[in-house]
Design a protein around this ligand. Structure first.
Ligand code: AMP
Length: 287
């Protein structure tokens, strides 16, 4: 089964082949969805394919570990790469085309432009700890949108600030692609699926669901009428007792990501990033 679907899968290694395939589909009147990823595919990524298939006739997934969104101190070289397993998973999910550009294809010699992001990209969440991250994300996503020219592109709510940054960029720069969010896929114990979960030791893996539990408890307290600040303090304490070093645990307006101190000014999104040993986990939920 898998072998069959892999043999039907189209793979493009450069922009010209990607565009040729997309043009072929367009001639048939078919619509196209793009799901950008960095690979090491798990069920969260596969849920993007399922969502994309509902939105368009054809699904392209890009796999590119984008160097410009990693700081020099981050895990770019260690980031898991397993393209054959990824191709089998994408094919089994009945995706149509895997776009696997090389670094030289994305950033040829002489590359010199970058998107400057603000608004949700300067909300004081991930950007506070990864100051160059969203310029890298926005630039590579803009390039992928121009390379593929999809009707829709699907991004996970798992990276909630990223989803808002990409939505803002697409609107500000008049991209015709419509941006869609997809809900976070979790393990049975609540841990959000992430390619970085493979870094967790057995002990850390056992402790990791405390991040989701802390957010869930925080949301329940806010819904029950507790002050947002008190609920956040309790969540930070819960994380510390589970062995996490929190970078942030925040309540924000779900659309603008600006600070929010009253539930009536919502909708509210709770967002957190916390380190467990050497692994940095992020998660977020609606209140
Ligand atoms: P990444 O490969 O980590 O860059 O992620 C590629 C896309 O998959 C992004 O839009 C992510 O938000 C999305 N994604 C990652 N993990 C999950 C998850 N657990 N559930 C849903 N989407 C996810």
């Amino acid at each position: 089964m898998v072998a069959d679907s892999v043999s039907r899968l189209e793979i493009a290694g450069d922009v010209a082949s990607l565009r040729a395939k997309v043009a072929e589909w367009r001639r048939l009147g078919e619509t196209v969805a793009l799901a950008p990823t960095m690979g090491a595919l798990h069920d969260g990524h596969i849920s993007l394919v399922a969502q994309a298939k509902k939105l368009a006739h054809r699904v392209v997934m890009s796999i590119f570990v984008n160097p410009t969104q990693f700081a020099p101190t981050e895990d770019f070289s260690a980031y898991p790469r397993m393209v054959e397993a990824d191709a089998a998973k994408f094919a089994a999910a009945e995706g149509d085309l895997l776009f696997l550009p090389s670094a030289a294809e994305v950033y040829p010699a002489g590359f010199a432009s970058q998107i400057i992001t603000a608004g949700p990209a300067a909300a004081g969440l991930e950007d506070r700890f990864r100051p160059t991250h969203f310029a890298g994300v926005a630039t590579v996503v803009a390039k992928l949108l121009n390379q593929c020219r999809p009707d829709v592109a699907v991004f996970g709510e798992k990276d909630y600030q990223q989803l808002k940054v990409v939505t803002q960029m697409a609107r500000d720069l008049d991209f015709e692609t419509q941006i869609f969010g997809a809900p976070t896929v979790r393990e049975a114990d609540g841990l959000a699926l992430s390619s970085r979960n493979v870094y967790l030791s057995a002990d850390e893996r056992r402790a990791a669901p405390a991040l989701y539990r802390a957010l869930m408890a925080c949301a329940a307290e806010i819904r029950a009428g507790a002050s947002i600040e008190a609920a956040l303090v309790a969540a930070r304490e819960a994380l510390a007792s589970a062995g996490f070093a929190a970078d942030y645990v925040e309540a924000r307006h779900a659309e603008t990501l600006s600070p929010i101190s009253l539930r009536a000014n919502g909708p509210i999104r709770l967002l957190a990033a916390a380190r467990l040993g050497k692994t940095r986990l992020i998660d977020n939920i609606a209140v």
